[in-house]
Design a protein around this ligand. Structure first.
Ligand code: SF4
Ligand code: SF4
Length: 232
């Protein structure tokens, strides 16, 4: 954003800028309206009407500083780099990291995480865990957004293996690897749920609406949430 002293006279008047913004909005409205109408009549099919990205069939490449998902880095011997020091869990403002430490076999390493879990429904993707880690064991450079894992809170808890897997995917398939794997997984879920008698359920995110999801009468067992009681 420009500071006031950097603005031109026309920008300081505001009205020309507002009119410019309205002109752009109206241009896209009229263009899309005309192109959609032409498409209905069978004309100009090659010209695309809407600028909206038709996710997941299409997607934009995330920027290099996008931080949408965690991974645990691994050592050359394929073991987890994390030493279970708990600094990330301590720094986490959402209290969504759960670690259980065990004694490492390597005498040079004191501990390793027997369990390392992130409750992605509680995570606010602030990156403080990455900042806090003294040994570069957790990163958020996976170029993928949080995954819809299921329809139960506990489905969204990512385990140590899941988090390490992302590092292996990046090493093997590069920066697009995790996103490609996630989209392939969504397509697999779509294919599984596809019911020719219920075409409205084709979309993965819609499958919760009718056939598969019922509100439980009793509260479900949520062990991960119970591990993080609210601060007193
Ligand atoms: S990104 Fe923030 S909220 Fe999420 S696990 Fe890390 S520290 Fe916690
Ligand atoms: S990820 Fe880093 S900060 Fe968190 S427990 Fe492991 S070594 Fe410590």
């Amino acid at each position: 954003m420009k500071r006031r002293e950097e603005m031109t006279f026309s920008e300081r008047l505001y009205l020309p800028e507002i009119l410019k913004g309205l002109a752009i909005t109206n241009y896209h409205f009229v263009r899309n309206f005309a192109l959609n109408f032409a498409h209905l009549l069978g004309f100009a099919k090659a010209r695309r009407a809407s600028a909206t990205v038709q996710y997941p069939e299409e997607r934009k490449r995330y920027s290099d500083n996008y931080r949408g998902s965690h991974r645990l880095t691994i050592r050359p011997d394929n073991s987890v780099r994390c030493t279970a020091c708990f600094l990330c869990a301590t720094a986490c403002p959402a209290q969504c990291i759960y670690i259980e430490a065990g004694e490492a076999e390597d005498p040079h390493i004191e501990k390793f995480p027997v369990r390392y879990e992130i409750d992605t429904l509680r995570c606010i993707y602030c990156g403080l865990c990455v900042e806090a880690c003294p040994c570069d064991a957790i990163r958020m450079d996976t170029y993928v957004h949080p995954r819809i894992w299921g329809f139960d809170r506990k489905d969204f808890v990512e385990t140590k293996e899941m988090l390490m897997h992302r590092s292996r995917v990046i090493a093997k398939d590069g920066r697009e690897g995790n996103m490609n794997e996630m989209l392939a997984w969504y397509r697999e879920q779509d294919a599984r749920i596809y019911d020719p008698l219920r075409p409205e359920l084709r979309n993965y995110t819609e499958r919760a609406l009718a056939k598969d999801y019922e509100e439980p009468d009793e509260p479900v067992n949520l062990p991960v949430i119970e591990r993080h009681p609210a601060r007193g």
